[in-house]
Design a protein around this ligand. Sequence first.
Ligand code: ADP
Ligand code: MG
Length: 705
Amino acid sequence: MSKSRRRESADSESKELPIYRHRSKLVDAVRENSFLLVTGETGSGKTTQLPQYLHHAGFCKNGAIAITQPRRVAAITVAQRVAQEMHCTLGKEVGYQVRFDDYTSQDTVVKYMTDGCLLREVLADSSLSQYSIVVLDEVHERSLNTDILLGLLKKKILSNPEKGRSFPLKVVVMSATLESDKLSAFLGNCPVFSIPGRTYPVDCTFGFAVGPKDVDSTGYVKEVVKMAFDVHTSERAGDILVFLTGQLEIERACDLLFEKAETIDYRYDVQDQTVDGLLILPLYGSMPTDQQKQIFQSPPPGIRKCVVATNIAATSLTINGIKYIIDSGFVKQLNHNSRVGMDILEVVPISKSEAQQRAGRAGRTSAGKCFRIYNEAFWEKSMPEYTVPEIQRTSLTSVILTLKCLGVHDVIRFPYLDRPEERFILEALKQLYQFDAIDRRGNVTPLGQLMVEFPLQPGLTRALLNAASLGCEDLMLPVAAMLSVENIFIRPGKPEKQKEADEQHRALAAKSGSLNDFATLLSVFQSCKSSDRPSSWCKENWIHWRALKSAFSVETQLREILLRLKQKRDFPVETFHGNRSELLRRCLCTGYFTNVARRSIGKVFCTMDGNGSMVHIHPSSSLFDQEGELNWIIFHDVLVTSRVYVRTVCPIRYDWVKDLLPKLHEVNVYELSSVAREEVTEDEMKKWEAKEAAKRQADPAEDIT
Ligand code: ADP
Ligand code: MG
């Protein structure tokens, strides 16, 4: 399609969206209220259209419009679409900003961004004075950052006696139809504008492949593929949307589907004779954006489109033309795992409301069908009614530090839409205390003020700042960057290729000098950067060039943040007395002493935090088969299957963490509960410190080497 034809079709498409008829009333409602809740079925045009209406109505004269998205891909693709609809170049009037990727300019007045980015902006300017309107979108997803922004904006606007009249910022909260009463009540009974939309019936059927006993199995990919293939051969024309959980699974499903599709004889095997081809398209978060564009285009006549996607296609992105859904019943979710004391990504059954949302994607423009691969017993026994909000199931460490830096001292009585359990708040305070980001009174330390500036996990930030104060940030910046991008090691599907890749990766690890996965990341980064032909270097070494390119850019950005901090404030300076070859590992210890494990027996290690979990080194680590000397390790993250695996591992000496380990136990979370609530008195503090000192004397930390 030519550019101008595409433009015209985008124009006429947007006039057909349910939101179009309500545009002037919507604009009036925004003008009259400081808070407005807009609800409507997914696909009614909220995300792409409302900001444009506000732009046309002249709101941008007083400041830009920010629209937040919980997912970065959504922010990017939607911005692309809106730029196209507004006939402008992306990055001019319409732009986007996501972590480590800023596509905005001075001219940008409609800015799509992740909720995490807006939260960072609140830190720099708590009145968000560059904006006239903030639109919190996809609030029903209940992402951690959106929930916190809701609380902050509520506090800011409603705590004002004038009910926000003197505060110029307007806030529009958008959500699918769920929970609108609760949201409105939370926002001081703000008006609700609901966009009536028409939905068509979707006929849902249960399958046989997955039952309550299969909660931990991954065998569902084959079943999903079989189901999609059956739909293609036996159902009438209409596109298919398949829900799986992540990139690897999606790529495998696409390969399998592709193989099957090759065998079809369209004269005999396919019921609907107008269908004569299948176009298979993957859709997941870290996919290159040019590939993502294809997802939205209509397939050529006669071709059926089959999109194999993560949950991103459930609400954030709407694909037109979908008539059939294949639902695996699973989703990848970040959960706090109390067994290992960390947040981990795990595959879990979706909730019933999520399943209904998925099914609904088939009924936007006509009646549709949804094929669930799981049976009714799975629905009854394994699927919860609703998805638990992220704030109630993940680590709050970064968010609590942000709140503290914003002057919210009482983090327990902060206005949460759904309150996290108190123990999660205390756990976060404990971690912040361990990283020296807050003191015993719960006040942010100068180090905490520096830490909050980095969009990284607190532990990694702590290690980076330690390296910077020792003047060796050149070692740690690349490591931090490499840990912030998607996996850089290519793992080919074919066994013989896999062997070749594994060997190459082992050689890379050996090249770094010592067997240490962090050092390998550093060495890969440096070798590629200094290579004349970096992309071919990557190819030869089975490294994702795209991921490395992002790592280069992330490293530059982290370096800029660091430079700014070094110039502006009293940056701590330390000297290093140990052996230079140990420098990287010693710095890592300051941030990763919470992830220390000690060899127990054979290949089993035992973590040193309160949990004392049994862990194994993951086969992807260069230390996988090491025995003998290796007694103490630190690790970056954890993968839980039938076993608990630790990944990105580094050998350390007990000496290096000896003085840090008591910190894992010395602070009592219940003592911290008072600092979570309010300022503790000097007296109470003294009493507590005396008590702690007495305890330590009675029970000196056992010296275990
Ligand atoms: P809502 O926010 O209410 O769920 P959206 O504004 O996201 O609705 O979607 C409105 C319409 O815009 C849908 O028909 C969707 O297919 C279309 N759309 C959104 N993004 C794109 C894109 N990148 N390319 C083409 N169409 C898009
Ligand atoms: Mg939307």
